[in-house]
Write a protein that binds this ligand. Structure first.
Ligand SMILES: Nc1ncnc2c1ncn2[C@@H]1O[C@H](COP(=O)(O)OP(=O)(O)OP(=O)(O)O)[C@@H](O)[C@H]1O
Length: 239
C-alpha cells in the first residue's frame, strides 16, 4: 500500500458565497481528528475526498491514484454521515447489507459479513430489528457497521460522537481505536470536542474559513495556547 493514503493538491471548491481551498497529505494508517468552527469546511473536505463534491480545480489522490472522474462508489472510501442515513422501513441487517450490495442480493458470505460487522460494533442479535427501536448511539453503530462491511481502506466519520452521552463516547472511541488497529484503515473523524482528539487521534487537521490552517500531531495541537480561537476551543482562558 502507498505511504500516503490521501493527498489533496491545490484543491478548490467554489460555492456562490465562498471558495474553499485544501492542501494536505495524510499517511496510510493515520487517525486524524478534523476540527474547526461551524461552517469552516470540514464536511466539504470529506465530500471532496469521498467524491460527493467535485473540486473546481486541483487533484485528489487516494492510495496513489488520481480520483478525477471517479464516482463515490468507485473510491476506496467509506463515509458515515452525521445523521447516519438509516432506512426506517428496513431491518438492521438490511441497512448494513446495503453496504455490500445496494440491491440487497446477499449470498451466505454476505449475510455472515453483516452479522460479523454487527457483532463487531456490539449489536450482535439486532439483525431483525428496525432502526426506530434503537437509541441514537445504537443507530450510529449500525451506520458504522455498514461502513465496515464495505472494507474500504479509508474511513471518514462525520461527527461519530455527536449523538452519544459521555460514557457512550468513550465506548465508541475505544471501538474505533480497535477497528483502526485491526484493519489498518486510515480514519478521519470530525468532532467538536477536544477530548475526542486525545482519545483517538494521532494528528489534527484544523479547518477554518475554508482552509486547512494547521495539520500537526495531536500532542502539539492539544498543547496550543495560541491562536486565540484554538485556545478557546481547547477550553483555555484567553487573555
Ligand atoms: N452545496 C453548497 N452550496 C453552497 N454553499 C455551501 C454548500 N455546502 C457547503 N456550503 C458552505 O460552505 C461552507 C462550509 O460548509 P461545511 O458544511 O463544509 O462546514 P462544516 O465545517 O462542516 O460545518 P459544521 O461544523 O457546521 O457541520 C459553509 O459556509 C457552507 O454554508
Amino acid at each position: 500500500m502507498p505511504d500516503t493514503a490521501i493527498a489533496l493538491s491545490d484543491v478548490t471548491v467554489r460555492f456562490a458565497e465562498k471558495t474553499l481551498a485544501f492542501d494536505c497529505a495524510i499517511k496510510a494508517g493515520a487517525a486524524v481528528a478534523v476540527v474547526g468552527p461551524s461552517g469552516a469546511g470540514k464536511s466539504t473536505l470529506f465530500n471532496v475526498i469521498a467524491g460527493f463534491q467535485t473540486p473546481a480545480s486541483g487533484t485528489v489522490r487516494l492510495l496513489g491514484k488520481d480520483m478525477a472522474g471517479r464516482d463515490p462508489a468507485e473510491r476506496p472510501v467509506s463515509i458515515v454521515f452525521q445523521d447516519n442515513n438509516l432506512f426506517s422501513h428496513l431491518t438492521i441487517a438490511d441497512n448494513v447489507g446495503l453496504g455490500i450490495d445496494p440491491g440487497l442480493r446477499l449470498d451466505a458470505a454476505g449475510r455472515r459479513g453483516v452479522s460479523e460487522a454487527l457483532a463487531r460494533v456490539g449489536l450482535g442479535g439486532y439483525e431483525t430489528r428496525l432502526p426506530g427501536s434503537l437509541s441514537g448511539g445504537e443507530r450510529q453503530r449500525v451506520a458504522l457497521a455498514r461502513a465496515l462491511v464495505r472494507r474500504r481502506p479509508i474511513l471518514l466519520l462525520d461527527e461519530p460522537f455527536a449523538a452519544l452521552d459521555p460514557a457512550m463516547r468513550a465506548d465508541m472511541a475505544a471501538l474505533l481505536a480497535g477497528l483502526v488497529a485491526e484493519t489498518q484503515a486510515t480514519m478521519l473523524f470530525i468532532t467538536h470536542q477536544p477530548e475526542d482528539i486525545g482519545r483517538l487521534a494521532g494528528e489534527v487537521i484544523y479547518v477554518t474559513d475554508g482552509k486547512i490552517r494547521f495539520h500537526e500531531p495531536s500532542g502539539d495541537f492539544l498543547a496550543r495556547r495560541e491562536p486565540a480561537d484554538i485556545a478557546k476551543f481547547l477550553g483555555r482562558s484567553v487573555p
